[in-house]
Design a protein around this ligand. Structure first.
Ligand SMILES: Cc1cc2nc3c(=O)[nH]c(=O)nc-3n(C[C@H](O)[C@H](O)[C@H](O)COP(=O)(O)O)c2cc1C
Length: 174
């Protein structure tokens, strides 16, 4: 699909049909992540592929809202970063997460970003600590987000180029 069509059609998809994601498609998603640019080529990221239903349900409980779609997704990719490897790890990891989402779109899959970093499960536990325990992630890794992925079961209209907020675009000076 031409790139402009791909980004116009990409919308956050939170409802999925009950269909497993083919292994070749998972491999393409992880390859896209691993080909991401990173500051000083530090590649601070790590990714955890989750397909186990019980684990996905647990991940869906990492926030009191905004993460529920994970309980019904066939696949999630958890995006982590070794914070010692890059002083701009959130940027590095965010780019990799978006690469996964764009690759998903090109493979005919829907996806949605679930924010974990700086979010809370409840008053006592951060979403990050909760996921670290569920997935046995060592302390040195930050958990940026979880990308929920599946074949779409909802209609979302594409972005409309004629309705874009062009007033946010400045030329030469602000
Ligand atoms: C950094 C970031 C965090 C997000 N966190 C969540 C989230 O926790 N849960 C969720 O359902 N969507 C989340 N989203 C998806 C946004 O809600 C969505 O991208 C936005 O509403 C625009 O819609 P679109 O993706 O369909 O264009 C997040 C997106 C980004 C970029």
């Amino acid at each position: 699909m031409p790139f402009y069509e791909l980004i116009k059609n990409r919308r956050s998809i939170r409802q999925y049909i009950d269909r497993k994601i083919e292994e070749e498609k998972i491999n393409r998603l992880t390859a896209a992540a691993l080909m991401s640019p990173s500051s000083k080529n530090s590649k601070p990221w790590e990714f955890i592929i989750v397909e186990n239903r019980d684990t996905l349900v647990k991940l869906s409980e990492s926030r009191n809202q905004g993460s529920q779609m994970l309980a019904r997704a066939p696949l999630a990719i958890v995006v982590l970063a070794d914070t010692a490897k890059s002083d701009v790890w959130p940027e590095d990891a965010s780019i990799a997460a978006l690469m996964i989402q764009l690759q998903a779109q090109d493979l005919g899959l829907g996806s949605c970003w679930v924010q974990i970093y700086q979010r809370w499960k409840d008053e006592t536990q951060s979403s990050e600590d909760f996921i670290r325990k569920v997935l046995e992630i060592p302390e040195k890794y930050a958990v940026l987000c979880v990308i929920s992925i599946g074949y779409s079961n909802e209609e979302r209209l594409p972005h409309e180029p004629e309705k874009l907020a062009n007033d946010k675009i400045h030329r030469e000076i602000f």
